[in-house]
Design a protein around this ligand. Structure first.
Ligand SMILES: CC(=O)N[C@H]1[C@@H](OP(=O)(O)O)O[C@H](CO)[C@@H](O)[C@@H]1O
Ligand SMILES: [Mg+2]
Length: 546
């Protein structure tokens, strides 16, 4: 077939370095940008096949999110703006790792396995972040699409969630919004303005937000969006990319993991601040108090604020809809306890990775999901949206119910339901704080985090660790879980687990414990040190050697 001849010809321009093997990780391929040209070309091919198979537009985003500037990566986006399904992740890995001379065979295997009609039209949307490598890598994606005869639309510089939004808009014939960046700003900013318009007496302080853009795409896009906010939210933008390096000592991941403010930003005591990550699909909030102590409000705090707000509105509206919060093992134990016992909200725990949280959240009328690191959103079932819409239009309901229904309707419109979105989450949180007349300090005191630490340990082969119970318990290697249990039971409210990372070649170690008495803190550190030592012990388990 002529198409395959073209693939062969084009692929020679995007050759695979011999011996290189890469896995489709937690959210796509991610490594040093120099190793990715062939991967991008092949993901262009795969997205074209996926589009033919689903008869819908597919998205390909070139980004390595919070990772350093010299890395890059690629994320595939399915028709409704969701992450690509797991069986296609396997196709992606196979196609990515096929030797140059086996590429056509690998391609044909997928076509056969998925019974793809090659005469079906294909459409692929492509976007990229601000990394210097992104321009040529996104061109490689476009080359892959055209080699298989697909049509592509290059959105250029966009945030990851913006591209998810575009794909969803396109495949729902505009019902979700208009598939342009302008359409994105209009939809979300209008909803924000509607939500906040009746909040009386918002002071200038309440309208002001200090933002760390991680020197990335989020900063550019916030600047573009600003005029749509009509001064209802005044953002002072730091780390906008004009000086500093992408994600270098700044951004949501740095702030969350280091538990300190980013560099490149001057924070006044009590000022409300937030940080985006490098592709603007994560956000965390924080402030420093008058004594200079840093306070982090992470994904768990956001999930709590949002689910409390929604639960109150559903009650006021008299709507009997099932709401749940979906977390991972990294959620602070205090947040889970508060949600279950004080808020009486159903909490579910899943494996790390947004795709897992997203799917569980879809099981409920209203599913709020957040990773502790600040990636999350809210999903409303179709039935829930219809009930809210009906109530908002009903002329026979009392004022209280009507008001709640209208707020719920605007809340739905301010949320990007396709994926966690730093811009949309920011607008949602800002609106909730405005409506509740709440300061960041008041939000912070809803519950107190258990002190916690996260470490990474490099081992020879992280795959020897296998986990169960949403990654909270290790099944292999033998003896590991027992050792953890023995350590943990010595401390109050202590919890710890180890799991292999899906994005880096490391094992992650997490621990938290009740350290209300100051000197117990040293015991928590001790617990962590012991665990790290445990992992470092050479030859204790076959396969783990430092
Ligand atoms: C503890 C942690 O923050 N893990 C992150 C990280 O996954 P790992 O599988 O832990 O490497 O990257 C994922 C993709 O960005 C993100 O979804 C996840 O939350
Ligand atoms: Mg990201």
């Amino acid at each position: 077939m002529a198409q395959f001849q073209e693939v062969l010809k084009q692929s020679a321009l995007h050759p695979k370095p011999a011996g290189l093997v890469l896995q489709y990780g937690t959210s796509g391929f991610r490594t040093n940008a120099k190793q990715l040209d062939h991967i991008m070309f092949r993901m262009g091919l795969l997205a074209t096949l996926r589009s033919k198979k689903t008869k819908a537009t597919i998205g390909v985003m070139v980004t390595a999110s919070h990772n350093p500037e010299e890395d890059n990566g690629v994320k595939l986006i399915d028709p409704m703006g969701e992450m690509v399904t797991q069986d296609w992740e396997e196709h992606a890995t196979q196609l990515a790792n096929a030797d140059q001379e086996d590429l056509l065979t690998a391609l044909k295997n997928i076509i056969e396995k998925e019974a793809i009609n090659m005469s079906q039209e294909a459409n692929v949307f492509v976007g990229k972040d601000t990394r210097s490598s992104s321009a040529s890598l996104s061109q490689a994606v476009l080359d892959g699409v055209s080699a298989l005869g697909g049509h592509s639309k290059d959105y250029g510089l966009v945030t990851t969630p913006q591209l998810h939004y575009m794909v969803c808009c396109q495949n729902t014939q505009g019902k979700y919004g208009e598939a342009t960046v302008e359409g994105y700003y209009t939809k979300f900013c209008q909803a924000f303005i509607q939500l906040t318009k009746n909040t009386s007496n918002r002071t200038d302080d309440q309208k002001h937000l200090c933002l760390d853009g991680a020197n990335g795409i989020g900063a550019l896009k916030v600047r573009e969006m600003e005029s749509h906010l009509k001064k209802e939210l005044q953002i002072s933008l730091n780390n906008d990319g004009s000086k500093g390096r992408l994600n270098h000592q700044c951004g949501a991941d740095y702030v969350k993991v280091q538990q300190k403010p980013p560099t490149g930003i001057k924070i006044n005591p009590g000022e409300r601040c937030c940080s985006f990550d490098g592709d603007a699909d994560r956000i965390v909030y924080y402030y420093t108090d008058s004594e200079g102590t840093f306070h982090l409000l992470d994904g768990d705090k956001m999930a709590t604020l949002i689910s409390t707000f929604l639960k109150e509105l559903l009650t006021q509206a008299g709507l009997d809809l099932k709401i749940a919060v979906v977390q991972t093992a990294y959620a602070n134990g205090s947040s889970t306890h508060y949600l279950e016992n004080t808020m009486k909200v159903l909490v579910r725990c899943t494996k790390t990775g947004v795709k897992h949280l997203h799917h569980v959240a879809q099981e409920f009328d209203v599913g709020v999901y957040f990773e502790a690191n600040g990636h999350g959103t809210v999903l409303f079932s179709k039935a829930a949206e219809e009930k809210i819409q009906q109530l908002a239009e009903d002329t026979n309901v009392n004022d209280k119910r009507k008001k709640a229904a209208l707020l719920l309707r605007n809340t739905i419109n301010v949320i990007n339901q396709t994926v966690g979105d730093a811009i949309s989450d920011m607008l949602l949180i800002e609106a909730i704080l405005a409506i509740k007349g709440m300061t960041i300090q008041q939000w912070d005191t809803i519950y107190t985090d258990l002190p916690n630490r996260q470490l990474k340990v490099k081992v020879a082969d992280r795959r020897v660790i296998d986990t169960t119970d949403a990654e909270r318990r290790a099944v292999t290697p033998a003896g590991l879980q027992e050792a953890i249990d023995n350590l943990v039971k010595k401390y109050r409210q202590a919890r710890s687990f180890v799991r292999p990372s899906g994005t880096e070649d490391v094992v992650r170690v997490y621990a938290e414990a009740d350290t209300q008495v100051r000197n117990l803190f040293s015991k928590l550190s001790l617990l962590l040190i012991l665990m790290a030592v445990l992992l470092r012990l050479k030859n204790i388990w076959k396969g783990i050697v430092l």
